[in-house]
Design a protein around this ligand. Structure first.
Ligand code: DGL
Length: 262
């Protein structure tokens, strides 16, 4: 069976590809809901509905384990999916998010933690809750960064510096110790962020693969279900020349993207 990696769009490819590099032996199915991107400004109910459809698709397509690479989906829907959807529909399989592993790394060095994320992720306070659970003394400052996803999606990298500077300003003023890039797409601008701050910058493409490797070591009952032919499938719900180009920007090669219906 496969490892499914879900994102609202193609930004999650940065995390998926890093996982595939770290754990190349397994079979993967990436699903990007490009037709309904962005999730980041939507309500919790809508996000949960979309995530349920995506999980249904991935589990029906032979995924044993699904990683919600999308922070917005993890923030709004992970717990409900694990506690209600999975036991009812696919007992024995599992879905993992990216917020808990990221919070674990963010609290390792203590102090003030800044989080850049979508509006919906910030509103959910999922990072605030998880970080305070790991370290009750941590101070968490969350900044919504809604312009970054459309700029990154539309090849607007030449405008990124000014926008990043603006979003970072409140965190730099607070002399933040750690900055979490709490959105799939922000992995793609980690260098621009690092160039503007001496704080530790956490980019999920650099931490999620190792966390997944640890999880698989600790859970042989899931690991032994996974196929090992190195297969890679890339499914999207809408495909345009812009999406093909964006996937190439992230992965450095043309991907065999296939359009599917959820
Ligand atoms: N994938 C989303 C996330 O990680 C960002 C894009 C969106 O808003 O759908 O939060």
């Amino acid at each position: 069976m496969r490892i499914g990696v879900f994102d609202s769009g193609l930004g999650g490819l940065a995390i998926a590809r890093a996982i595939m590099t770290r754990l190349p032996e397994y079979d993967y199915l990436y699903l990007g809901d490009t037709k309904r991107l962005p999730y980041g400004g939507r309500s919790q109910e809508t996000i949960h509905e979309f995530v349920g459809q995506a999980l249904g698709y991935l589990f029906e397509n032979d995924c044993h384990l699904v990683i919600l690479a999308c922070n917005t989906a993890s923030a709004e829907s992970l717990r409900k999916s694990q506690q209600e959807y999975l036991p009812k529909n696919y007992p024995g399989r599992n879905v993992l998010g990216v917020i808990i592993p990221t919070a674990e790394v963010a609290t390792g060095s203590g102090g003030k933690v800044g989080v850049l994320a979508t509006q919906s992720t910030v509103d959910s306070d999922a990072y605030g809750r998880e970080i305070r659970k790991q370290d009750p003394d941590a101070r968490v400052i969350q900044v919504p960064a809604p312009l970054l996803v459309p700029l990154i999606e539309n090849d607007g990298f030449k405008y990124i510096d000014a926008v990043v500077e603006d979003y970072l300003a409140p965190l730099i003023r607070e002399q933040i110790d750690v900055i979490v890039l709490g959105c799939t797409h922000y992995c793609l601008v980690k260098d621009q962020v690092r160039g503007r701050t001496s704080a530790q910058v956490i980019s999920q493409d650099e931490i999620v693969p190792e966390k997944l490797a640890c999880y698989l070591r600790r859970h042989p009952e899931h690991e032994r279900e996974l196929g090992r032919s190195g297969e890679r499938l890339y499914h999207v719900t809408d495909l345009t020349s812009g999406y093909r180009k964006f996937a190439r920007t992230i992965c450095g090669e043309d991907l065999p993207l296939e359009t599917v219906t959820l």
